[in-house]
Design a protein around this ligand. Structure first.
Ligand code: PLP
Length: 388
């Protein structure tokens, strides 16, 4: 059956048919506990009743209008999104379809901001080694991992990389004559759940402010409550100039967003940017449910509590080869003493099965849905322990 797909993914041997809450069921009716949320996407789990209702109702009303017009659902979604990001100073949003597309939009804003204000030659975007920003040519160019830069050149010019955590390198790289923006994941997801330090982030924000360099936070994985904050930027007390979102924002329906703060809200003008599906109404209807649910009082606190509980349980395991647990909320990386990929294969064979992710060769990545119960967390962790 899978022979029709291009060979882009190393897929595990399971084919899913349906899901409910934190559980997925395969075509043979076997159940699996989901510690992946489809890589931080299905944040409200599977078949979340309000989400199902919202998409179904929207589908019966109207799916899509082109960007010549506005529509009620996407306007409401955008307003709620700005409100959810208000602590981080966001003022306007451009709706896109994916993380890579959101990051492309962010790079365009940064380049135009700098060009209009300072003229040509100040277009460099500084990014961090170990980062991941997407799979288009430009977002690959922004991605600070050599193995992504092998086969698809020439890449977009004007990206440079510095090691995370190195404040001297940061000070040197942020040259106000040539640099338009600094692009950072507050917690590097794909390369191992590696949080930036508070000191580094504060210094980054300070230097960007002093030198009129835009601070872009790629919150595609960390955003929408994943860390127990709506944006991880809040955990650092930062107000970036641009924030990009995707993944969890539609609870499983594709949607991305470029959020702009005070310095950048007016950079893009009519004709500068666009996206046929951006602001799609099915996605917006799903996004409204995600935002309404996770901004309910106590919801994000519960994400933090569950994250701390997972850390506590894993820290108590003796002789299981755990080296380190990193991250906050329900975005955790667990360094282990064996290779991680075979553990994913073994986890599928358990009864019930368990879905896990890797982030690097010897790191398991845990991104359970926010609605997972404490009992389900304990059950999944028991299975994980048995595999170590
Ligand atoms: N940025 C970060 C931090 C991501 O984790 C990802 C996806 O894993 C992306 C960008 C790219 O998002 P998408 O796959 O939706 O294009």
């Amino acid at each position: 059956m899978n022979d029709v797909f291009m060979k882009t993914y190393n897929r595990l041997p399971v084919t899913f048919a349906k899901g409910n809450g934190a559980w997925l069921t395969d075509i043979n009716n076997k159940k699996y506990l989901d510690f992946t949320s489809g890589i931080a996407v299905n944040c409200l789990g599977h078949g979340y009743p309000e989400l199902v209702d919202a998409i179904s109702t929207q589908a019966s009303r109207i799916n899509h209008v082109c960007n010549y017009y506005t529509a009620d659902t996407s306007s409401i979604f955008a307003e709620k999104l700005i409100a959810a990001c208000s602590a981080s100073g966001m003022k306007r949003v451009f709706l896109a379809n994916s993380g890579a597309e959101a990051n492309e939009g962010a790079c365009k804003i940064a380049r135009k901001y700098s060009l209009v204000k300072y003229g040509k030659g100040r277009h460099t975007i500084v990014s961090l080694l170990g980062s991941f920003h997407g799979r288009t040519i430009t977002t690959l160019s922004a991605t600070g991992q050599e193995h992504f830069h092998k086969d698809f050149g020439p890449y977009t010019e004007g990206f440079v990389f510095i090691p995370p955590g190195d404040i001297e390198a940061l000070e040197r790289a942020l040259d106000k004559k040539t640099v338009a923006a600094l692009l950072i994941e507050p917690i590097q997801g794909e390369s191992g759940i590696k949080p930036q330090t508070q000191e580094y982030m504060e210094m980054a924000a300070k230097l960007c402010e002093e030198r009129d360099i835009l601070l872009i936070m790629d919150e595609i994985q960390t955003g929408v409550g994943r860390t127990g904050y709506f944006l991880a930027s809040e955990a650092y007390g930062l107000k970036p100039d641009i924030v990009t979102l995707a993944k969890g924002l539609g609870g499983g329906v594709p949607v991305g967003a470029v959020m702009a703060g005070e310095r950048t809200e007016d950079v893009l003008q009519p004709g500068d940017h666009g996206s046929t599906f951006g602001g799609n109404l099915l996605a917006a209807s799903a996004g409204i449910v995600v935002l309404d649910t996770i901004t309910k009082k106590g919801f994000m606190e519960d994400i933090s509590r569950k994250g701390s509980k997972i850390k506590e349980i894993i820290s108590s395991w003796k002789d299981s080869g755990i080296k380190e647990i990193r991250g906050i909320g329900l975005m955790l990386g667990v360094d282990i003493s064996k290779e991680a990929w075979p553990i994913l294969e073994e986890a599928l064979k358990k009864e019930p099965g368990l879905l896990l992710l890797t982030a690097g060769k010897q790191t398991l990545r845990l991104l359970p849905p926010y609605i997972i119960s404490d009992g389900e967390l304990e059950q999944g962790l028991d299975i994980m322990k048995s595999l170590l």
